[in-house]
Design a protein around this ligand. Structure first.
Ligand SMILES: [Zn+2]
Length: 211
C-alpha cells in the first residue's frame, strides 16, 4: 500500500483535494471546524492568501490585529489569524515551515514596473489573481487588504529593513489551517518571476480540506 504522505495526520476525512496550477487564483469556502492543508509541492512557492468572513465579507483578515495580538511579526504553529474586528478566523494548527510572512504584501503589475522595470508591465501578478477570484463573488479592488504570504521568507533585519530572500520552504512542506468561523479563502499562487520568492520558477500547490 502506497499511502499518500500529504494526507498524513489530517484531523478528518478529505472533502476536497485540488491542485492549483502555477500562477493561478483559487477561491474556496471553508466551514468552521474544517481544516485546510496547503502543500508547497515543489518548494519555495509563495501562496498569497486573503481571508473573509463568509457571513459578512466586510470582516476580513487583518495583519495588524494578528501581529499585535501575538506580539510577533511572524506566523507560526499556534498563530491565530485575526479579523479587522479582532476575532479568530483561522488558527495555524501545524506547519512544517519555520515561519510565514504577513508583511511583504502582494505583487501587482504596478509594483513590478516600479521595482523591475516597465518591460514587466504585462506580467500577471497576485493582485490580478485576487481580483479575478474575488470578482466571482462581487468583491473588487477595495476588498484587497493585507494578506498572508505562506511559504515566503521576509526576514526583518536589526534596523527594521525587510528582505525578500530565498525561501525557507522545501518540496512537500505544508501548513494546516483550522477554521474558527465560516470563511472564504482567496489565494494567488504567486506568478512572480523577478525575485526569489518563488525560486524564479512558479510551481503548483495542493489544497486539501478535511472535515
Ligand atoms: Zn505575487
Amino acid at each position: 500500500m502506497n499511502a499518500d504522505p500529504h494526507l498524513a495526520d489530517l484531523p478528518g476525512a478529505v472533502i476536497h483535494d485540488e491542485i492549483v496550477p502555477a500562477r493561478a487564483p483559487w477561491l474556496h469556502h471553508i466551514a468552521a471546524g474544517q481544516t485546510l492543508r496547503i502543500i508547497d509541492l515543489e518548494g519555495n512557492q509563495a501562496v498569497d492568501f486573503l481571508l473573509y468572513s463568509a457571513e459578512d465579507d466586510a470582516e476580513r483578515y487583518s495583519a495588524q490585529d494578528t501581529v499585535s495580538a501575538q506580539g510577533n511579526l511572524f506566523l507560526r504553529s499556534g498563530t491565530i489569524l485575526r479579523s479587522n474586528e479582532g476575532r479568530p478566523m483561522m488558527t495555524i494548527a501545524a506547519t512544517s515551515v519555520a515561519y510565514h510572512d504577513t508583511i511583504g504584501g502582494a505583487c501587482s503589475c504596478e509594483s513590478n514596473t516600479l521595482r523591475y522595470g516597465h518591460h514587466t508591465k504585462a506580467q500577471h501578478a497576485c493582485v490580478e489573481n485576487f481580483l479575478e477570484a474575488n470578482l466571482t463573488e462581487g468583491r473588487g479592488k477595495r476588498d484587497i487588504v493585507s494578506n498572508i504570504n505562506f511559504f515566503m521568507n521576509v526576514p526583518v533585519e536589526q534596523d527594521g529593513s525587510l528582505g525578500i530572500v530565498d525561501g525557507i520552504s522545501a518540496p512537500g512542506l505544508s501548513v494546516d489551517l483550522h477554521a474558527e468561523m465560516d470563511v472564504i479563502v482567496v489565494v494567488s499562487n504567486c506568478p512572480q518571476i523577478n525575485n526569489p520568492c518563488n525560486g524564479f520558477n512558479p510551481t503548483p500547490v495542493r489544497m486539501i480540506v478535511a472535515a
